[in-house]
Write a protein that binds this ligand. Structure first.
Ligand code: NAD
Ligand code: FES
Length: 292
């Protein structure tokens, strides 16, 4: 069992939990995720890691109550425990393995949208701890929905907050702030965008125009998280990929966002999955690659 040592509602419908999970805390890197289950027969819920403390042996997750599983999770309190806390899953962010001196020469821009601010935080924090100050844009629908502002401010080089309704910080969507910063003379070697799929699509359309290489973190529906079930199938550069094992980070300029968004909707029903199985044939499921 994995004990919850801290549980709080960050803002309406968005929750933070710090969980005792020593093995995950010791092994995880920015960019990875976990799959949790509340009980033996419970739904598997994939969640990006927001923070980790190797000394305390804890991992922090942030989630939005959007379905029956996550709604049930909101009822858990300090002292309660998860039945499973599986991870770290997926590949760490590429920069973790890059030559630090080369990385220090780069101007990096992070674009975080809504709940996507949570997985952006450990990446910016890791860079900060390694002497690299990245620019960060955080976009939120309204001031009330903004999360982790103080935490992000402490680790970002420059933090630009923007709200869709102009109730706080800059006004407009994250893409407007990217345009403004570039117009003000900012130059970026790489952009990392994490948030709703529609945001990542439009960020990529813009950064392609601006010729800024862009990495996105995809979070399609996931079931097993081990590349076997095919739930998280996406097309990147014309090739079939499974976000849980090949990602979750990909070259955003190569991701087929329209297909990914449509597939997400279709995959939700048994009828939809049967349709996809027919349409996608051998590549519908993932698999180990050894069983033909
Ligand atoms: P949201 O809808 O509030 O959007 C956040 C910001 O994204 C907006 O403020 C805006 O600046 C930007 N945005 C939205 N649509 C845009 C568009 N068309 N063009 C340009 N910018 C746009 O975000 P939310 O409600 O927090 O998002 C929830 C979604 O995010 C869920 O579907 C969840 O699955 C997903 N999510 C993704 C990740 C990930 O790893 N990719 C992590 C957490 C949550
Ligand atoms: Fe990725 Fe099953 S969740 S293949």
């Amino acid at each position: 069992m994995y004990k919850i040592v801290k549980a709080k509602e960050l803002t309406t419908n968005i929750y933070l939990m710090e969980v005792e999970a020593k093995r995950v805390a010791h092994a995880c890197e920015p960019g990875q995720f976990v799959i949790v289950r509340m009980d033996e027969d419970g739904e598997r819920i994939p969640l990006t890691i927001c923070d980790y403390d190797r000394e305390k042996g804890t991992v922090t997750i942030v989630f939005q109550a959007i379905g029956a599983g996550t709604l049930k999770m909101t009822k858990l309190q300090e002292g309660d425990a998860f039945h499973d806390f599986v991870g770290p899953l997926g590949c760490p962010s590429e920069f973790v393995h890059e030559d630090l001196e080369e990385l220090k020469k780069k101007n990096i821009l992070f674009v975080a949208g809504g709940v996507g601010t949570a997985p952006v935080y450990p990446q910016v924090k890791w860079l900060h701890e390694h002497g690299i100050a990245a620019d960060v844009i955080v976009g939120s629908k309204t001031k009330d929905l903004l999360i982790l502002e103080e935490e992000m401010k402490a680790v970002a080089g420059n933090l630009y907050v923007t709200t869709d309704d102009g109730s706080y910080g800059r006004s407009g969507m994250v893409t407007q702030t990217i345009k403004d910063l570039v117009a003000e003379g900012k130059k970026y070697d790489v952009c990392v965008a994490i948030g709703p799929m529609i945001m990542m699509k439009f960020v990529c359309l813009l950064t392609k125009e601006l010729e800024i290489p862009t990495i996105v973190s995809l979070n399609p529906i996931m079931v097993d998280g081990t590349g076997m079930c095919g739930a998280c199938r996406v097309t990147v550069g014309g090739q079939v990929k499974f976000a849980c094992v090949d990602g979750p980070e990909f070259d955003g300029h190569l991701v087929d966002f329209n297909e990914a968004m449509t597939r997400q909707q279709i995959y939700k029903t048994a009828e939809g999955r049967a349709f996809l199985k027919e349409q996608e044939g051998d590549t519908h499921h993932g698999g180990c690659g050894n069983c033909n």
